[in-house]
Structures are given as structure tokens and as C-alpha cells.
Design a protein around this ligand. Structure first.
Ligand code: ATP
Ligand code: MG
Length: 879
């Protein structure tokens, strides 16, 4: 067997599968596209998911790739096992409903034994326990003796991810020889040690799991395979580990050189050497795909990898910055397969060096603080660093928490993980709250303060909606950046922009910014100090870098609508002055694509007649198709022309004067239509006071007016439908309905009082004489307070002289009333006191005058007791 190099093996694999009818595709970016389940691509299959699910049509039903992969889950193994890296390349062949098990297994075997020439006696396949089909192919067709084929359970040999497509796997292991073994008597294929190394995994996606482990055969069966390129190379080159294969080894040697260390002399150092070797590969590839070191998500993975590498460099005694120089070797070794590395070389170096510098600064500071904390812990006899201190190191000093953890672990200490998490969460909540008030679109407002004051932006958008310019500055939500990548929110600055930034009441433009590599959706454009224009939004595709040439495209529809509203605002101001008088001054305005808002001084609500006049006047000037002309002139000169200016506004030396025929002339920096006819129509939708002497008008133009009327029309037909009428006879119908309601109401009242009287029954039987005063105290069914009062009056009349106490409950709410005639009062009766004394029994309170009192309560069960008590109270009163 020839000891093929990594680059040769990659080529051999792709060519082998091309010869089997596969389309060789380029490695996809490490950043997943439209896939929220993954932070980074971790297998050859991951970026092909849409082809597997049928969401997208593959360019061919047989595809082969060599995919760059990152597996942060393996980070703890890196440096410690012979076969794990956070970065590796995965070779794969894929079938989307084309060939299946038989071909996949045959080609795996053919590639390994014939194309590469591995010794068949050292290869061991494994299959899923129940997969007799795969077993038979290996056994009967390939000719591997049954005892050399291993059957493993679901854990190892069944690929599944919740509900959906899944299936058995078949792996190929390579026996690297006894010297790599763990020596245990039961060491065989499947053992965790480095002797039998898994090199290839074929997944046969043949079932669909309905989520409850009911499996049905898929109609379209797929093949998904993966083989670690570095692992294959380590076997082919017969070396100890993936860190000894040609390309990786060159890198490892360079690390040794920087550290003045010899490999394989000191196991501790070797771990650091391997770790740096791996991490710099990951970092280089991640940066080439546009990932930037940040404190979140992918960016945080990168930051952590760079900082771990830098720290292990320190452990090895490497002096000065070394990561960019190492990355040069990564690029040299891998540019064959990944030309983008060479293209982005200087950018990669810059990012690595900047991050290393930042890290060095924080690390020196953090290490000394941590040393103090350690001493303190020793003194206090504790082995756990408090969550609060861990967080402080991380948050205030920027010291990475995994470093704190690692350094402390080396000394037998640990950190209070729960406490740390709690402190993190608390800060997150605080940050969110703070953002809500001070920041723009969740962006940290202070990030813009870091931009060089010399950076400015020229606005070229009065007559252009598209323009090409160079990117000068990029910012994420929290820091300035060299690049922005898919999914990130951020702000872009360029030399010249056609995007109008929010100013003078006109809302900023939206649109798209594109470069050869990426696309950014502009959701708002803002004006910053020093003449800078920030395009705020989100990366929707690929990446953008500082210095890239970008095409800036303003959303045509949004801008046109805004222009109509802005020009209409000028017409409105003049119309208001004409109709209401010259005291009208602009107090504020807001112009968006959807509507316009105009605040002005005026001292009373506008009448319907005034509103109609203003609206008509504006519409007349629209109909007159006045040309809109813009001139730039000296401020003094402008004022002489009689142009309206904002009272108290500070203007530049040179100002823009916008005129609409002879009707309106205003100082204005905004964007306008070329002719008032374009506005088409104008409609005031509201007029209201917003402060003493200030009114606000909201209005619509163009398509907005039509949409407004369409909506009105729709509401009208809905209302007509609800009233079982047509829009034409709706008013008449409502008048009828109202008359009917009136009639029903009076009928209802009559019925109610009849019901109350019935409820009264023969209460007159219950009249008692107490100390010469007649008392009628009774409980009634279902009468409300109004009814009780009415009944009370009637009963009083019947009694002649005396006291009436009535209680009744409706829906659990008790009403209680008492009334006493003049005669009864003379004998000492007091309705108010009476109520006060008994209301507690129905769970309420109340009172009133001597002649009339009432109370409410929540306890109907207490009514009988209240009635009883009333007699006792009256007895006391008239004694
Ligand atoms: P292991 O159990 O050794 O970690 P795995 O089961 O995680 O391997 P798969 O998910 O089947 O591996 O990935 C397919 C192939 O990718 C493996 O057969 C192996 O060759 C390679 N591979 C997986 N993880 C790594 C890694 N961290 N570094 C290098 N190669 C890897
Ligand atoms: Mg693994």
C-alpha cells in the first residue's frame, strides 16, 4: 500500500465516487443555512438535509463531498485520543432515493481495499443487530467470515434523530495492531481504546419513525456515509494518530518549533501541542467562512478555540503572538481542497492576531486576579470559587469561564456552576431591560462610539436608489467587526450611500446590501454623529467583510411611498396656514411609507368644515401636478425667498429649498416626488390635540388612501351583514332596530316589576309589632336593588307607618335595603343604623339616612340571620 497524503486521499475518494456516477460538490460552509438545529456543520450529511427530506431537488441523485466539519462536542477528547479533532474533514457518498445498501457496501469495500489498498484482514465491518440484509451482503457477497462481522445495538448502529427518517448503520473498523490496544482481555471491535478505530460509517436511511417508535419503510430510501479523512490517512500512512498525518504533522512540528519542545517527550506538553494543532485548524476554517470571535453562539465557539490555543501556547512557554503564523501552515496544507483559505489569508491573519491581542491583555489581568482569589480560597479553606466571583472575572475582566474552570481544576478546585449560571441569567435580564430603553433595535448603542471619527458617509440618494460603494466599518450588536455572517444582526457603513437616514421626521430607507459573498437586509437607516450613516439589519446570506465592494439597493416601493407622504406634508402645512391662519407653525412631523403625521400650533379642535377645506386644498394642488423643484442655496438667500423654515432649528450654511409650484416653499433635506401629481390622493384620517395649543393630523396618500377606503368599505359590508341589511339600507335598518329595542325595553321593565310583585307574595303576613312600631322584614327571591327600593316604597305605603327591611340575592350578590316612615323615626327608628348593624351578616357593609338606607354583600346564606337580627335592632331602637 502506498502512504497516500491527505490531499491525495481526498482527491482519490471524490474521483472514485465520480466514477460511480456521483456529482462531486464543493464543501459547504461551516455555517448551517436555514437550519436552527445546528450551530456548526458537523457531518457531510448536515448541509444536504433538504435533499434527504425532499424539501429541495438535488442537482443529481448521487452526490459525493469532502465536507469540513466542526464537532465542539469532542473538545474534551482533543489532544487526549488519537482520533478526535474539533475540526476534521468528512468524506461522504450520498444517494437520494437512488442506490441503496448493496451498492453502498460494495463501494465502501472496493474503495478501501482496491483503490486505497488497505489490508482486508485488518478491516472489520459492524451491522445493526437486526439488519440481516447488511450482514448477508458483507458475508455472502463480499465474503467476510461471519465471526468477523459484529452486530451492535441501537446505541451504536442505528441512526435516529427523534421523529422522521432513520435507519441502521454499518461501520468499518480498522485494527491498528496490538500496540494501540488497551490490553484488556475483552478488547475487540467496539472498544473505546485506539486499537480498533472506526473509520467509515454507512447509514441506510430506510425507515420513518412516527415519533412513537413505530417504524414504517420509507418510499424513498437514502444512503448517507461518512469517513474521517484524517482517520483514513492515519491508517494509510500507518501513523499513531490524526496528528501525525502529513498535513497535520507539518502544523504540529511548527507548534513544537515555537515551543522549543520535542514531541513525545512529555505527555502533558504533547496534549497542549495537539490541542493547539487542532484548534488553529478549526479557527482558520471558521474565520474563512466569516465567523468572527464574539460572545455568543458560533462566535463564542471560535473565541473559545482561539483563546484555548493561546493559553496552551503560554503553558508551553511560547512567547509573543503565534496564531497567525500557525494558520499560515494550515492554509498551506489545505488550500488544495479549500481555495477560499488562500483568498482570505490576510483577513484570517488579521482576525486571529486581533483576538490574540485582546486575549493577552485580558489574560494577564485575569490571571493575577484569579491568583488572588485562589489565595483567598486557601485561606478560607474552601475549594469552590463562588458564582459571583466567577461571573465577575468573566463579565468585568473578560476572563473566559472555561479557563477559570480549567485552571482551578488543575489545582483541585472547582467553581460554583449553579451560582455562575444564576449570575449570568440575572445579567442577561438586566441587559435586556436596559436595551429596551436605551438602545436601537437591540443593538448596543455604544458600539458606534468606537468608530473612527474620520469615517463619514456621503448621501447620494436624492436621485439614485442603487449605488456601489466600499464597506468602511461593520458592527455586530456588541462590537466592531471585520465581517458579518449569515444570521447575525449588525450595522454596515459605506463611503457613499443611496439610503436616506432617519432625519427631519422622514423615516430611514429599507432595502438590501449585496457583495459577491453575501446579502444583508437593511431594516432601518440611521444617522449618527459625525455624518455617519448606519445601515441596520440582518445578514440573510453568506458573509460581508470590511473593504468589500457592495451594491446598495433601496426598496423602491417603500421610498416612493415615503416621498409621496413627505411632499404631501409640505402641501398640508401650506394648506393649514391658508385655512386656519398664519399662527400655524410646524411642531413636529413623521413621514413613513405608510402614513404621515404633522403636529402644528393651533388652539382649538379643527371643525369638520376646516378639515374638509384643508383636505380639498391639498387635493387640488395634487391635481394641479405642480413640479417639485429642489435648489441648494445659501441660508440667508433661502430665507429671502420666503421659504418656510423650522422655528429654532439650526441649519447648515447651505440649505436645500424644496418648492412645489408657487404654492409651497420649504427648507427641507428629505426626499420628494418630482411632481405633486404623483401623490394621487390625500386623506386626513385623524385630528386631535396632543398638548396645550398643539394639534396632530394623521393622513394618508396614494395607495394608502385606496387601501383606507377599501377597508372602510369592507367594514361597512361586514356591519351590514351583521345587521342583516345591505350597505344602502343599513341606516334605515339601524333606526328600525333601535325603535324595536326601545319597545322591548319598556315591555321588559313592565315584566320585571310584575315579577317583583309576584315575588313579594303575601309578605304583609310577616308584619310584626315591636314596641308599637310595625316592622316588615322579609327575604325575597331574585330582586335587584332597584326592584327592592321600588317594592320598599310600595310596602311602606301599605303599612301606613312603620319600617320595611328587604333582602334579596341575584347571582350570589346580596342587596339589602331598609326604609322607615316619619312616624317610625319619631319613635326612634333609624334605617341607616339598622342597615349598618345587620349588613355584616351578609358579608357586606353600608348605611344611609334615618329614612332610607341600603347595603350590598357577598354572602346570601346570611340573609335569614340578617332579617332576624333586624327585629332585634328595631326593638333596641324603639325602646
Ligand atoms: P467516534 O465514536 O470515534 O467519536 P462517531 O461515531 O462520532 O466516531 P460518526 O458520527 O459516525 O463518528 O462520523 C463519521 C466519521 O467521521 C467517523 O467514522 C470518523 O471517521 C469521523 N469522525 C467523527 N468524529 C471525528 C472527530 N472528532 N475527529 C476526526 N474524525 C471524526
Ligand atoms: Mg463521536
Amino acid at each position: 500500500m502506498k502512504p497516500y497524503g491527505v490531499n491525495e486521499l481526498r482527491k482519490m475518494f471524490l474521483e472514485f465516487f465520480e466514477s460511480k456516477g456521483h456529482l462531486a460538490m464543493k464543501s459547504f460552509s461551516l455555517i448551517p443555512h436555514n437550519d436552527k438545529s445546528l450551530l456548526l456543520i458537523n457531518s457531510g450529511m448536515a448541509p444536504l438535509k433538504p435533499y434527504f427530506t425532499g424539501a429541495e431537488i438535488p442537482p443529481r441523485r448521487r452526490v459525493t463531498t469532502c465536507q469540513k466539519c466542526i464537532r465542539t462536542g469532542d473538545i474534551e477528547n482533543v489532544g487526549k485520543t488519537a482520533r478526535h479533532g474539533t475540526f476534521f474533514e468528512m468524506l461522504g457518498n450520498f444517494s437520494f432515493g437512488d442506490y441503496f445498501k448493496r451498492e453502498a457496501i460494495h463501494w465502501t469495500w472496493e474503495f478501501l481495499t482496491e483503490a486505497v489498498g488497505l489490508d482486508p484482514d485488518r478491516l472489520y465491518p459492524s451491522v445493526y443487530l437486526e439488519d440481516d440484509e447488511a450482514f448477508d451482503i458483507w458475508n455472502k457477497e463480499i465474503g467476510i467470515p461471519a465471526e468477523r462481522i459484529f452486530r451492535f445495538g441501537k446505541e451504536d448502529n442505528f441512526w435516529e434523530h427523534g421523529a422522521g427518517p432513520c435507519g441502521p448503520c454499518s461501520e468499518v473498523y480498522y485494527d491498528r495492531g496490538e500496540r494501540y490496544g488497551c490490553g484488556r482481555p475483552d478488547c475487540t471491535v467496539g472498544c473505546d481504546c485506539d486499537r480498533y478505530m472506526e473509520i467509515w460509517n454507512d447509514v441506510f436511511t430506510q425507515f420513518d419513525n412516527d415519533g412513537n417508535n413505530h417504524y414504517t419503510e420509507l418510499e424513498q430510501k437514502n444512503i448517507d456515509t461518512g469517513m474521517g479523512l484524517e482517520r483514513l490517512a492515519s491508517v494509510v500512512q500507518d501513523v499513531d494518530s490524526i496528528f501525525d498525518v502529513d498535513t497535520v504533522r507539518a502544523l504540529r512540528d511548527k507548534v513544537c518549533g515555537f515551543a522549543h519542545a520535542e514531541y513525545k517527550k512529555d505527555e502533558n506538553k504533547d496534549v497542549s501541542i495537539r490541542l493547539i494543532t487542532d484548534h488553529i485548524r478549526s479557527a482558520t476554517f471558521m474565520i474563512s467562512d466569516g465567523i468572527m470571535p464574539t460572545n455568543e453562539g458560533r462566535g463564542y465557539v471560535l473565541r473559545r478555540l482561539i483563546r484555548r490555543a493561546a493559553r496552551h501556547g503560554r503553558l508551553l512557554g511560547i512567547e509573543g503572538k503565534f496564531l497567525a503564523r500557525l494558520s499560515e501552515t494550515v492554509i498551506e496544507g489545505s488550500k488544495d481542497g479549500y481555495p477560499e483559505l488562500e483568498e482570505k489569508k490576510s483577513f484570517i491573519f488579521k482576525v486571529l492576531t486581533q483576538e490574540e491581542e485582546k486575549f493577552n491583555k485580558t489574560i494577564d489581568q485575569g490571571l493575577s486576579i484569579l491568583a488572588d482569589l485562589e489565595a483567598q480560597m486557601q485561606k478560607e479553606g474552601t475549594k469552590v470559587l463562588s458564582g459571583e466571583n466567577t461571573f465577575k472575572l468573566y463579565d468585568t475582566y473578560g476572563f473566559p469561564v472555561d479557563l477559570t474552570r480549567e485552571i482551578l481544576e488543575e489545582k483541585g478546585f472547582s467553581i460554583d456552576e449553579e451560582g455562575f449560571k444564576a449570575a449570568m441569567e440575572e445579567q442577561r435580564v438586566k441587559a435586556r431591560e436596559a436595551r429596551a430603553v436605551t438602545n436601537y433595535m437591540g443593538a448596543d448603542a455604544t458600539v458606534y462610539d468606537e468608530i473612527d471619527a474620520n469615517v463619514t458617509t456621503e448621501f447620494v440618494g436624492y436621485d439614485k436608489l442603487s449605488y456601489e460603494s466600499k464597506i468602511t466599518v461593520l458592527a455586530t450588536e456588541s462590537e466592531l467587526a471585520e465581517a458579518l455572517t449569515e444570521g447575525e444582526n449588525g450595522t454596515i457603513f459605506v463611503e457613499k450611500t443611496p439610503f436616506y437616514a432617519t432625519m427631519g421626521g422622514q423615516q430611514g430607507d429599507t432595502g438590501v446590501i449585496r457583495t459577491a459573498d453575501g446579502e444583508f437586509e437593511v431594516r432601518d437607516t440611521i444617522k449618527l454623529l459625525g455624518g455617519k450613516v448606519g445601515h441596520v439589519g440582518r445578514m440573510t446570506k453568506g458573509m460581508l467583510k470590511v473593504s468589500d465592494a457592495a451594491v446598495l439597493e433601496v426598496c423602491d416601493k417603500g421610498r416612493t411611498a415615503t416621498c409621496k407622504n413627505h411632499s404631501a406634508t409640505h402641501l398640508l402645512q401650506k394648506a393649514l396656514k391658508t385655512v386656519l391662519g398664519s399662527h400655524v407653525e410646524q411642531k413636529g412631523s413623521l413621514v413613513t411609507p405608510d402614513r404621515l403625521r404633522f403636529d402644528f400650533s393651533h388652539f382649538e379642535a379643527m371643525t369638520a368644515d376646516e378639515l374638509e377645506k384643508v383636505e380639498a386644498l391639498v387635493n387640488e394642488e395634487i391635481k394641479a401636478s405642480l413640479p417639485v423643484v429642489t435648489e441648494v442655496m445659501n441660508l440667508e438667500e433661502a430665507k429671502k425667498t420666503g421659504a418656510m423654515a423650522l422655528f429654532g432649528e439650526k441649519y447648515e450654511e447651505d440649505v436645500r429649498v424644496v418648492s412645489m409650484g408657487d404654492f409651497s416653499k420649504e427648507l427641507c433635506g428629505g426626499t420628494h416626488v418630482a411632481n405633486t401629481g404623483v401623490i394621487t390622493a390625500f386623506k386626513i384620517v385623524s385630528e386631535a390635540g396632543i398638548a396645550a395649543g398643539v394639534r396632530r393630523i394623521e393622513a394618508l396618500t396614494g395607495d394608502g388612501v385606496f387601501a383606507y377606503y377599501r377597508e372602510l368599505e369592507q367594514k361597512l359590508s361586514e356591519a351590514a351583514r351583521a345587521a342583516k341589511a345591505t350597505p344602502a339600507n343599513l341606516t334605515e335598518k339601524i333606526e328600525h332596530l333601535q325603535a324595536e329595542i326601545k319597545e322591548l325595553r319598556s315591555e321588559n321593565d313592565a315584566l320585571k316589576s310584575k315579577l317583583a310583585k309576584d315575588a313579594l307574595g303575601d309578605v304583609m303576613d310577616q308584619v310584626k309589632e315591636i314596641g308599637g312600631v310595625k316592622l316588615l322584614a322579609a327575604k325575597l327571591e331574585n330582586v335587584d336593588m332597584n326592584g327592592l327600593r321600588e317594592l320598599g316604597d310600595q310596602l311602606k305605603e301599605k303599612l301606613g307607618e312603620g319600617i320595611v327591611v328587604l333582602a334579596s340575592a341575584v347571582d350570589g350578590k346580596v342587596s339589602l335595603m331598609a326604609t322607615a316612615t316619619d312616624g317610625a323615626q319619631k319613635k326612634g327608628a333609624h334605617a341607616g343604623n339598622l342597615i349598618k348593624a345587620v349588613a355584616g351578616l351578609v358579608g357586606g357593609g353600608g348605611g344611609g339616612r334615618p329614612g332610607m338606607a341600603q347595603a350590598g354583600g357577598k354572602n346570601p346564606d346570611g340573609m335569614d340571620a340578617a332579617i332576624k337580627k333586624a327585629a332585634e335592632v328595631v326593638a333596641e331602637q324603639v325602646k
